[in-house]
Design a protein. Structure first.
Length: 163
């Protein structure tokens, strides 16, 4: 299982249920990695998607305690136990955790690889991803060259579970 996330210098991921950064290269990277795959997200992340529609050409699994929340095109899951059972139907390499904060935190122990777009700036955030650089079980195995787009400098990074 994998996760994919974009973070600022402080590992912030969002503010008021919105992404912190909107750059075409990061959106393209996200799409390339997740197209045809399974994306797992919380209800708030789903509600932040354009038009509150499922991501096209992916299996959209939404984790929510709300049993009456069930938009078309999603698989609604109400508990971690049910989620883990459902995910057994898919190849681990095809599963991407895509947010938000509580889903990332809950699913991090099950992930073996995390794709992190690191932005070289600090912005206001109210949700965060765990700082993998401070966690000995995670090792950075790839860093792209710096990219400048729309006034933002960032790099694509891969972290893999070290043990």
């Amino acid at each position: 299982m994998q996760a994919i996330v974009a973070v600022d210098k402080n590992w912030g991921i969002g503010y008021k249920n919105e992404l912190l950064f909107h750059v075409p290269e990061d959106m393209k990277f996200f799409k390339e990695k997740t197209l045809g795959k399974v994306v797992v997200m919380g209800k708030n992340t789903f509600l932040s998607l354009p038009g509150q529609n499922p991501l096209p050409n992916r299996v959209n699994i939404v984790l929510s305690r709300s049993k009456n929340f069930n938009p078309d095109g999603i698989v609604l899951i109400n508990s971690l136990e049910d989620l883990l059972e459902k995910l057994q139907e898919f190849e681990s390499e095809d599963i991407f955790i895509v947010g938000g904060q509580s889903v990332y935190k809950m699913m991090l122990p099950y992930c073996h690889k995390i794709y992190v777009t690191h932005f070289d700036e600090e912005v206001t955030a109210d949700t965060f991803f765990p700082n993998l650089g401070e966690m000995p079980e995670w090792k950075k195995t790839f860093t792209s060259e710096k990219i400048l787009s729309k006034g933002h400098t960032f790099s694509f990074n891969t972290y893999e579970r070290a043990f």
